[in-house]
Design a protein around this ligand. Structure first.
Ligand code: HEC
Length: 410
C-alpha cells in the first residue's frame, strides 16, 4: 500500500476522487477488475475517506479541501457539506444554492462566528452545525456524562446534492410530490452518481469548562424541547461516512476513543451504564487505525478510530456482516448491518409511504444478511409499487409542498 502521505494529495489537487480511490488500491485493481472497494474489503478506502474528509476545507467554498492548510485545523471538508436540512426544506422548497448556508430550518439568521466565539470560546472548527436530531433511528437516545442526549447532523456532498436538487429526470426529488412522481415514473430508478457521499455525525453538547482536549470541537445550534433555538460548543463523538462508487456503496464508521466509557445508555430519563466497547469492531481495523494515528499525530483526529467498513451484506461464507456505532446504533449492534438496513431505504404510494426498515416479526431488530427488497415489498404490501432509493434513507426527510412548520417530518 502507498504511504498515507500520498493519499491526500490527489484530491487536494482536484483529481477526481474516483481516480484517487483507484490509485490507492491500484495494485489490487490490476489483479481483479471487479470491485476496487472489495479487494481489501474496504479498509484502505475507509482510511482514505477519513483522510480526505477530515482535511481542512478551503475557506468560503463548501466541500473543497485546502491543500495549504495545516492538518487538524478546521473546519474539516465534511463539515462544510450540505446539511440535509438545506436540501429537504420546509414546505418542500427547493434546496438553497450549494454555497449558500441555510441550515436552520425556520430561516433564522444564526449567530456569527465572532459572537459564537465570544460566548463559547475557541473551537477546532468555526462551522456552526445545525443538529436536527437527538434521537437515533430506533427512537432511543444515548447520552453524555451529564445525561444530555447526543445530537446528530446529516451532510451530503456536491454529487449527492446535485442529484436531488437538479435531477436529469426533472423530478424535484427534494419534496414528497417530486419523489412520488419519480416513484410512479416507470422510466425512473433511483441511482446516485459515483462519488455521492453522505456523513452522519454524532455530537455532545459541551458544558462550560468541560475537558475537550481529545475531541474535535465546533459550534452547534438546535431546538430545545420548548422549540427554542439554542447554541452550544459541541464535541464530535462519532460519525458514519458512506460513498457510492461504480460498484455500489461503501459504509464506514468511526468513533472517538473515549466513547466506551464516556457515553451512556439512557432509560426512563436516567443515565444507565456506559456503552462499552464496540462489539462489531472489525478485527482488521487495527492496521488501518495505525495509519490514521500516524497520519494525524498531533491533531485531534488522532483520537478517532475506524470501527469497520461494509461493502457486502454477507461475507464470503454467506454469513451476515454486522457493523454498528456505539453512538448511533447503540441498542441493536447484534442486528445492525449498515448495508442490509439501507437496502430497505424505499418509497411507496401516499397511502403507505414507506416499508418498515425493521423486521417487525422480531420487534425492533435490524435486518441482516441479503435483503431481497422486492420480495419483502410483495409480502408486506402486495400489489403496491415500492422503489428502493439507492441506500439513501435521508430522502424520507422530504416534506410536502402543502406542509408548513419545522423541518422535522419523517
Ligand atoms: C436498522 C437500520 C439502519 C442501520 C443498521 C444503519 N442505518 Fe444508517 N440510517 C438509517 C436511517 C433510517 C437513516 C435516516 C435518518 C434520517 O432520516 O436522516 C440513516 C441515516 C444514515 C446516514 C445519513 C444519510 C442517509 O441517506 O441515510 C448515513 C451516512 C448512515 N445512515 C450510515 C450508516 C452506517 C455507516 C451504518 C452502519 C455502521 C448504518 N447507517 C446503519 C437506518 C440504518
Amino acid at each position: 500500500m502507498l504511504p498515507l502521505r500520498h493519499l491526500l494529495t490527489p484530491v487536494a489537487r482536484g483529481v477526481t476522487a474516483a481516480a484517487f480511490l483507484l490509485a490507492i488500491v491500484g495494485c489490487a485493481v490490476a489483479q481483479n477488475e471487479e470491485s476496487p472497494l472489495s479487494n481489501d474489503g474496504g479498509g484502505a478506502t475507509a482510511v482514505a475517506l477519513f483522510s480526505n474528509l477530515n482535511a481542512p476545507a478551503l475557506p468560503g467554498k463548501r466541500g473543497v479541501a485546502n491543500p495549504r492548510a495545516r492538518l487538524g485545523t478546521g473546519p474539516a471538508v465534511w463539515e462544510t457539506l450540505k446539511n440535509s436540512t438545506e436540501i429537504f426544506r420546509v414546505g418542500g422548497a427547493p434546496p438553497c444554492p450549494w454555497e449558500t448556508i441555510c441550515e436552520i430550518p425556520d430561516g433564522t439568521t444564526p449567530l456569527d462566528t465572532k459572537e459564537l466565539r465570544a460566548r463559547f470560546g475557541p473551537t477546532n472548527s468555526t462551522w456552526l452545525h445545525y443538529l436536527s436530531g437527538n434521537r437515533m433511528i430506533d427512537g432511543q437516545q444515548v447520552v453524555d456524562a451529564h445525561a444530555v442526549p447526543i445530537r446528530y447532523d446529516v451532510r451530503c456532498n456536491r454529487e449527492f446534492y446535485d442529484y436531488i436538487a437538479a435531477n436529469p429526470s426533472k423530478h424535484p426529488l427534494y419534496n414528497i410530490e417530486g419523489q412520488e412522481a419519480a416513484r410512479s415514473d416507470p422510466k425512473f430508478q433511483f441511482e446516485f452518481p459515483r462519488n455521492a457521499t453522505e456523513v452522519k455525525a454524532a455530537w455532545k453538547l459541551l458544558k462550560k469548562g468541560e475537558d475537550d482536549s481529545r475531541f474535535w470541537t465546533a459550534y452547534g445550534a438546535y431546538y430545545d424541547d420548548d422549540g427554542k433555538l439554542q447554541y452550544s460548543k459541541i464535541a464530535l463523538t462519532a460519525f458514519h461516512i458512506i460513498r457510492r462508487d461504480q460498484f455500489g456503496w461503501i459504509f464506514t464508521t468511526f468513533e472517538q476513543i473515549d466513547n466506551p466509557k464516556a457515553t451512556y445508555t439512557y432509560f426512563l430519563q436516567e443515565k444507565q451504564e456506559a456503552v462499552g466497547v464496540n462489539s462489531t469492531l472489525n478485527p482488521e481495523a487495527a492496521k488501518y487505525n495505525a495509519l490514521i494515528e500516524k497520519r494525524f499525530q498531533g491533531t485531534k483526529w488522532q483520537h478517532y478510530r475506524v470501527m469497520g467498513w461494509q461493502t457486502e451484506e454477507t461475507d464470503a461464507d454467506g454469513r451476515p456482516v454486522l457493523l454498528a456505532n456505539t453512538n448511533i446504533e447503540t441498542y441493536f449492534p447484534k442486528t445492525s448491518s449498515c448495508k442490509s438496513c439501507h437496502a430497505m431505504a424505499n418509497i411507496g404510494p401516499n397511502s403507505n409511504r414507506r416499508l418498515n426498515m425493521w423486521d417487525m416479526s422480531k420487534g425492533i431488530e435490524g435486518r441482516v444478511g441479503n435483503v431481497d427488497f422486492q420480495k419483502i415489498a410483495k409480502e408486506l404490501a402486495p400489489g403496491e409499487l415500492f422503489k428502493q432509493t439507492d441506500y439513501a434513507w435521508v430522502l424520507r426527510e422530504a416534506q410536502s409542498v402543502h406542509a408548513t412548520g419545522q423541518n422535522k417530518a419523517k
